[in-house]
Ligand binder design. Structure first.
Ligand code: ADP
Ligand code: MG
Length: 255
């Protein structure tokens, strides 16, 4: 039973700063994500979403509470084991893509191999990942020669390189136009369905209301579920229906 739980947080608290400047960011967050789930986290800017995601990914430490990810108790795991876990089993995707411009697309995608891992045929695996995101033909391009949507595809390919069990995405569509953002969200769903990867996505993207099994809202360092989230989902769905209706009309009226 426990093996199906990918993330378990219990009463997680986190503050930044010291003394009088100390501000609580997370004030007791508890939730669980099971294997194969696609969960969206929404909330206003500054509400603690990135902090929460960074704690789940082991990039930051909780002050209090329990964090268990992929069978590891973060309270007990060493920095070295944490780094290995991040590299081998968790993929990260960020708003600003975080690609290195002195490397081409293939170089960026195979970068995780420099930190170890089980992949031996590095170039072949890199090309396979680029193929997966429809970017194989641009393998030798530099990130500066790509559109935002293409950069994010390369970043997704890099995140998939080591065959992660969990993908953590922090506003992955924040720098993309609406239709590119929608395409990226649809692609995340595909990865979730076809590859069985568990996804946690921080996003404002309304399309998320169609694809996420669960939407969690962070507000003032606490989790909100229920009416407020339901309102957001309803509003988002209405807007999507309008946009899709417009698309249908623009395409000639055929549904
Ligand atoms: P969100 O991603 O929801 O916009 P964040 O988790 O980035 O929110 O930030 C939550 C709060 O914590 C903000 O007030 C932010 O200024 C503060 N904060 C985040 N990271 C740090 C840090 N490393 N040092 C100090 N304050 C931070
Ligand atoms: Mg953030």
């Amino acid at each position: 039973m426990a093996r199906d739980i990918v993330i378990r947080l219990e009463d997680v608290e986190k503050s930044y700063g010291a003394g009088n400047a100390r501000t609580p960011v997370l004030r007791g967050i508890s939730f669980q994500v099971n294997a194969g789930e696609l969960v969206a986290i929404i909330g206003q800017s500054g509400s603690g979403k990135s902090t929460l995601l960074n704690i789940i990914g082991g990039l930051d430490r909780a002050d209090r509470g329990a964090v268990e990810v992929l069978g590891r108790d973060y309270g007990k795991v060493s920095e070295r084991d944490m780094a290995a876990l991040r590299n081998a089993e968790i993929g990260f995707i960020f708003q600003h893509f975080n690609l290195l411009d002195y490397l081409d697309c293939l170089g960026n995608v195979t970068l995780p191999s420099t930190f170890g891992g089980a992949i031996t045929d590095i170039e072949a695996r890199g090309m396979e990942c680029l193929e997966r995101v429809g970017m194989a033909e641009l393998a030798r391009r530099k990130p500066s020669e790509l559109s935002g949507g293409q950069k994010q595809r390369v970043a997704i390919a890099r995140a998939l390189f080591n065959k992660p069990k969990l993908l953590l995405c922090d506003e992955p569509t924040g720098n993309l136009d609406t239709s590119t953002g929608r395409a990226v969200i649809n692609f995340f769903r595909e990865i979730n369905r076809e590859d069985g990867v568990t996804l946690v996505i921080v996003t404002h993207e309304q399309r998320m209301s169609r694809v996420a099994e669960r939407i969690i809202r962070v507000q003032d360092g606490r989790m909100v579920e229920g009416d407020e989230v339901r309102d957001w989902i309803e509003d988002a769905r209405e807007e999507i229906d309008e946009v899709e209706q417009d698309d249908v009309e623009a395409a000639g009226g055929e549904a």
